[in-house]
Design a binder for this molecule. Structure first.
Ligand SMILES: NC(=O)c1ccc[n+]([C@@H]2O[C@H](COP(=O)([O-])OP(=O)(O)OC[C@H]3O[C@@H](n4cnc5c(N)ncnc54)[C@H](O)[C@@H]3O)[C@@H](O)[C@H]2O)c1
Length: 325
């Protein structure tokens, strides 16, 4: 297939672009490098440096239609979205509308989108199914839900197949690509960087949650498994309409479990301080992933926490300053 990957210089987008290229797809990437890295762009792909807001650039890129678009490009820092909501509405929703117009005008028959567990907010029940209420609690999650709605309406009206993949916590690294965000807000890279650089920058936020060891439980999914799910979704998405699928392992791990596994994998003593809970952190967020398994035949293969942390550690050790190394 001829595939356009937006945000293909970012963490998950670049890994997915590399996997699609390795599977024989013809891949073009558009990325404004606002949070991505030129060095993450895989060889053997065509790179367009620019923004989704640049209509002329998009018209030129879509001059030859694609078989599929995989849409990662977005801002995704929850805290920043609370402080600067319009930045998120402008970039995430605005960029998606400009892109969807080109798809609706005949630019592609398949559209696969990076959604997030944040669309569920604080769920009533865990594991979380795709039928759970959609009640995002921050502007980031609200923009993702709005993007899903826009693509569902456009897909139904104009007859393309849209799949929203709701990731839980992406983690790990694959081959020469890993996580390099500034600021880094995700637990595993923050923990591993603090171990690597021997800096006391990592803390456990709250150890009095109603969980077995008192720390928050999350569902971590390896970036390679996420990339594979996108490849499968592209192959599966042929019927016009909209489908949402959770991507998680269905197994949760507490912060203390992650810290203990990191100590094993790195061979270092790790004893982070405990700080008070952060507002808005639910105790337990775990995916029900039956729908993705059934519809796509998807099977997470590298997401056990030992493999996931070993892969992430190998990347951070080789790139202590991220892509600058
Ligand atoms: N990392 C996670 O755990 C996670 C979880 C759920 C959902 N997601 C979603 O997955 C996607 C990828 O996440 P990531 O962690 O790889 O983020 P990332 O910041 O590494 O990648 C996003 C990429 O999009 C680019 N971009 C942003 N706005 C753009 C625009 N207007 N035009 C062109 N390019 C633009 C950035 O430069 C960057 O390369 C995001 O949409 C994010 O919301 C991520």
């Amino acid at each position: 297939m001829r595939v356009l990957v937006t945000g293909g210089a970012g963490y998950i987008g670049s890994t997915t672009a590399a996997v699609l290229r390795d599977q024989g797809h013809e891949v073009e990437i558009i990325d404004d490098l606002s949070t991505g890295h030129r060095r993450a762009v895989p060889d053997g792909t065509t790179f367009h440096e620019g923004s989704l807001h640049d209509r002329q650039l998009l018209d030129a890129v879509f001059a030859r239609p694609f078989d599929a678009v995989v849409h990662f490009a977005a801002h995704s820092l929850v805290g920043e979205s609370v402080d600067r909501p319009l930045k998120y509405w402008r970039n995430n929703v605005g960029g998606t509308l400009t892109l969807l117009e080109r798809v609706a005008w005949g630019g592609a028959k398949r559209f696969v989108f990076s959604s997030t567990a944040a669309v569920y907010g604080e769920p009533d029940e865990v594991p979380i199914t795709e039928e759970a209420a959609l009640r995002p609690v921050n502007p980031y999650g609200k923009t993702k839900l709005a993007m899903e709605s826009a693509m569902a309406d456009a897909a139904t009206a104009t007859g393309f197949a849209a799949v929203a993949l709701r990731y839980f916590n992406a983690a790990g690294a694959w081959k020469r690509r890993g996580e390099d965000h500034e600021p880094e807000t995700h637990l595993i890279p923050r923990l591993l960087r603090s171990i690597l650089l021997r800096e006391e920058t990592f803390a456990v936020f709250g150890d009095d949650y109603p969980t077995p060891d008192g720390t928050c439980i999350r569902d971590y999914i390896h970036v390679r498994d996420l990339a594979e799910a996108h490849a499968l979704a592209l192959a599966w998405a042929s019927e016009p309409g909209f489908t949402a699928l959770n991507l998680g392992t269905g197994t949760g791990h507490s912060v203390r479990e992650i810290v203990a596994t990191a100590a094993e994998v790195t061979g270092r003593d790790v004893d982070p301080p405990v700080q008070p809970r952060r507002p808005g952190d639910p105790a337990r967020l775990v995916a029900a992933n039956d729908r993705a398994r059934e519809l796509l035949g998807w099977q997470p293969e590298r997401s056990d926490v030992g493999t996931l942390l070993a892969d992430a550690w190998a990347w951070h050790r080789d790139h202590p300053r991220g892509y600058a190394d």
